[in-house]
Ligand binder design. Structure first.
Ligand SMILES: [Zn+2]
Length: 496
C-alpha cells in the first residue's frame, strides 16, 4: 500500500516512514508541478525527503474534480521522468461515477489514445509505467478497457475506484469492476487499485486480485478526528481506551490526544491510522501464507453489514476465484456455515465431485461422515468400509456437514481431511445437505441404496431419499454404541 502524500502539505515527517518500515509512498506529479511554478523539476525523493520507492499519479483525478487540468499528457510524462519517479502514471481520462455508458465509452477510448501517445513519448524505460483501466461503473466498458490496455506493454495496470462508490459503500459494483478488469488484463502483471480507502476493506480487494493500492484515508480520516481500526472507524471524541498498541497509541491516551493542538493531533492520528493500515496488510499476508484469506473475509463481514454485501458479491464470482486457488494449501480450512460453502476450496470440491465417473446400477451405501477424517478411517466406519470397499457392485459415500455427499474416491483429497467445521444441529442445514445427498444419489441411479442413518441428519436424508429412490434400505444406528459389524452384516445379507 502506498500512503498518499500531498507534496505541498505533508502531514507526516518522512522519517516516520523509515521507522515504521514503510518503503513506498505515492504523490501527485501534477500537484507537485503546480505547487512549484517556474521552478525546474527536482528529484521527487529529495523533494519529499524519502529514499524509498515513490510512485506519482498524473493528475487525472484532478480532471474529475475540475473538469480539466492545465497540463498536457506528454508534458506530465516528461515531468515524471525529470523528477525521477520510480512508478509513473500516464495522464488518463477518468470515467468517474456520474458518466453514462456513452460517456464512459468515450473515456475508455480517450485513455487508450492517450496511452498510445504516452508510450511513444516515454524515454525512461527504468520507470514502471502504469496503464489505467477506465469504464467506471459500466462493467462492459471496464472489460473493454482492460482488454485494450492489456494489449499495451505497461508494467502495472490500475483501476480507478470512484470515491463516490466507496463513500456510498457500493462494494457490489466495485467487485464487478475489479473482476472485469482482472479478466481482461494479463495475469502476469500487477493490478493497482487507485484510492483503496479503509483498511477494513483491504482483505476483500486483495482476495479479488488487487496486488497493490494507494490510500489517503489515513490522513483524510485523521483530519476529521477519526481513528481507523481493521473493524471500522471510531470517533476520537468517543474513545475511552485505544484498542491498538502501536507506538502512537501506546504512548498516549485518547484524552491526552484530544487535548493536543489540532495540528499535532492530526499528525498523531494520521500515524496511528497509517500503522493500522499496515498492520492489516500484515494480517492479510499472513492469512495468504496460511491459506486463510477467505476466513478473514467471513470474519470481516461481522464488522459491518455492508461487508456482507461485499462478500455476497464476491461469492457470485466464486468459480473465477477458484481457478486461481492453489490445489493444496499448507493448512486446513474452516467451514463456518453458509458463506463458507462458496469458498474456493469447497467450490472446487463440488466441481471435482461432479467429475467422479458414474458407474450406474450399483448398490450405494451412505455412511455418516463425522469429525474423524479421512471419513473411512473413523473406527465406527472402518469395519463397514473394509468389508465393502473391494466389492465391484458397491459404491460408498459419506454424508457430511461441510461437504454434503463425499464419495469414497475423494475421501483423501484436500481439503477434506483438513477442514474444521461444526455441527450446529440446525434442521435447515440438515435439510439442505440432505437435498444435496439426494441429488448425488439420483445422479448415480443406483440399483439399491443402503442408508446407515444416524441422528437428525440421517432422518433428514431418509425423508429426502424416499422421494428419489424406490429401493431404499434404512439401517438406523444409535449415536452411541453403534455396532458396525452388525450393520455391515445386514448390508451384505441384502446385497443383490
Ligand atoms: Zn495505534
Amino acid at each position: 500500500m502506498f500512503p498518499v502524500v500531498d507534496p505541498n502539505l505533508p502531514i507526516i515527517d518522512p522519517k516516520f516512514y523509515g521507522e515504521a518500515g514503510i518503503s513506498a509512498i505515492m504523490t501527485n506529479a501534477y500537484l507537485l508541478k503546480r505547487g512549484r511554478p517556474g521552478q525546474p523539476p527536482k528529484d521527487v525523493h529529495r523533494t519529499l525527503d524519502f529514499k524509498g520507492t515513490v510512485a506519482t499519479d498524473s493528475g487525472a483525478y484532478q480532471i474529475l474534480e475540475y473538469g480539466h487540468v492545465g497540463v498536457k499528457p506528454a508534458e506530465i510524462v516528461a515531468y515524471q521522468e525529470k523528477i525521477d519517479t520510480d512508478i509513473g502514471v500516464i495522464l488518463d481520462f477518468p470515467t468517474g461515477f456520474h458518466s453514462d455508458a456513452r460517456r464512459a465509452g468515450w473515456t475508455v477510448d480517450e485513455t487508450v489514445r492517450r496511452a498510445d501517445e504516452a508510450l511513444k513519448r516515454i524515454k525512461r524505460k527504468d520507470i514502471l509505467w502504469v496503464g489505467p483501466v477506465q469504464g467506471g461503473i459500466h462493467i462492459k466498458e471496464v472489460a473493454r478497457s482492460a482488454l485494450e490496455m492489456g494489449k499495451r506493454p505497461f508494467s502495472i495496470y490500475a483501476l480507478g475506484s470512484p470515491t463516490e462508490l466507496m463513500e456510498a459503500q457500493r462494494f457490489d459494483v466495485l467487485v464487478d469492476m475489479i473482476v472485469a478488469a482482472k479478466k481482461g488484463l494479463p495475469h502476469s502483471r500487477p493490478l493497482h487499485l487507485f484510492g483503496a480507502g479503509h483498511p477494513a476493506m483491504f482483505p476483500f480487494i486483495v482476495a479479488l486480485g488487487c496486488d497493490m493500492f494507494d490510500s489517503a484515508a489515513y490522513a483524510l480520516y485523521a483530519r476529521t478526528g477519526r481513528y481507523l481500526t481493521s473493524d471500522g472507524t471510531q470517533e476520537l471524541t468517543e474513545i475511552e481506551e485505544f484498542s491498538c498498541m502501536c507506538r502512537i497509541c501506546d504512548r498516549t491516551t485518547p484524552g491526552e490526544m484530544r487535548r493536543l493542538d489540532p495540528q499535532e493531533r492530526e499528525q498523531l492520528l494520521s500515524k496511528h491510522n497509517l500503522l493500522a493500515c499496515f498492520s492489516e496488510l500484515r494480517r492479510i499476508r499472513e492469512a495468504i501464507r496460511n491459506g486463510h484469506l477467505w476466513d478473514l473475509l467471513e470474519h470481516r463481514t461481522y464488522a459491518n453489514p455492508a461487508f456482507r454485501k461485499f462478500l455476497a458479491k464476491i461469492i457470485q464470482h466464486s468459480p473465477f476465484l477458484e481457478q486461481f486457488t492453489p490445489t493444496v494449501k499448507p493448512r486446513g480450512i474452516s467451514h463456518f456455515g453458509e458463506a463458507s460453502d462458496h469458498r474456493p476450496e469447497i467450490a472446487r470440491f463440488s466441481v471435482r465431485r461432479s467429475r467422479v465417473p458414474i458407474e450406474g446400477r450399483k448398490a450405494v451405501v451412505l455412511i455418516p461422515g463425522r469429525w474423524r477424517r479421512p471419513y473411512h478411517e473413523d473406527p465406527r466406519n472402518l469395519p463397514i468400509v473394509s468389508k465393502l470397499a473391494n466389492r465391484p457392485n458397491v459404491s460408498i459415500c459419506f454424508y457430511t456437514i461441510p461437504f454434503g455427499p463425499v464419495p469414497m474416491e475423494l475421501d483423501e483429497t484436500f481439503p477434506l481431511a483438513q477442514t474444521e467445521s461444526y455441527d450446529s444441529h440446525d434442521p435447515i442445514t440438515y435439510q439442505q445437505r440432505a437435498r444435496e445427498v439426494a441429488a448425488w444419489l439420483k445422479r448415480l441411479s443406483p440399483k439399491q441404496t443402503f442408508l446407515v442413518s444416524e441422528g437428525e441428519y440421517g432422518l433428514a436424508i431418509e425423508k429426502e431419499l424416499s422421494a428419489v429412490t424406490p429401493l431404499l434400505k434404512i439401517i438406523r444406528i444409535q449415536l452411541k454404541g453403534s455396532k458396525p459389524d452388525r450393520t455391515v452384516g445386514t448390508i451384505i445379507q441384502r446385497l443383490r
